[in-house]
Design a protein around this ligand. Sequence first.
Ligand code: MG
Ligand code: MG
Length: 252
Amino acid sequence: MISIKSEYELSLLKEAGHIVYLTHQYLKPYIKPGITTKELDKLAEDFIRSKGATPSFLNYNGFPGSICTSINNEVVHGIPSKRKLRNGDIISIDIGACYKGYHGDSAWSYGVGTISKEKEYLLKHTEESLYVGLNEIKPGARIGDIGAAIEEYAKYHHLGVVKELVGHGVGSHLHEDPEVPNYGKRNTGPVLKEGMVIAVEPMLNLGTAEVFILDDDWTIITGDDKPSAHFEHTVAVTKDGYKILTGDDNCG
Ligand code: MG
Ligand code: MG
């Protein structure tokens, strides 16, 4: 069932989203060669807690980190570790924060130092595909419209669309109905209504769309070891469109 959020719930979701946005901004200057993903994890956890929230991912189905840190060929769910970032890496950082029982969820991919033209292309177009998907959102539109728009954009730019992982509803649970795939057909799927809150999160690969899971049972990697990027916002469906809850236009 897809829930419609009350004004009160939306105000908490807005606050949770704002904390996630601030955590990304806080981490950005630390994303440099030499820092470990475990150090980034600690910085994020302390920051989230300093805002009166808790990291949504910590212990979620047993996940051992507060954030997900996925480097280069890692698509999502990378576990923070002693691995050091190196010049030329890209890192996708997925952050969730729970504030008074409500979640915000946003992933962003960053270049470390100087990155290749190929990786720049991947980051630019995966970020753009997120907004192409979001632009479909308004009451009366359907979930399939979002996926279709992302898939069309990705195909046009020769990027592989990861299909095994999808966006989702967000509320008092981190993952709620509906599923929000990054592929699909227009005019199919659940109809969007004012007050729904969803996370849209394209994961695009420079090569094949195929992915594998590593032996740690968490980290998803690309089938051909080429890089992958991930951009995600949590948004609320409004009367005439949508509002990003995890972006800089949400002032809490
Ligand atoms: Mg996320
Ligand atoms: Mg998500």
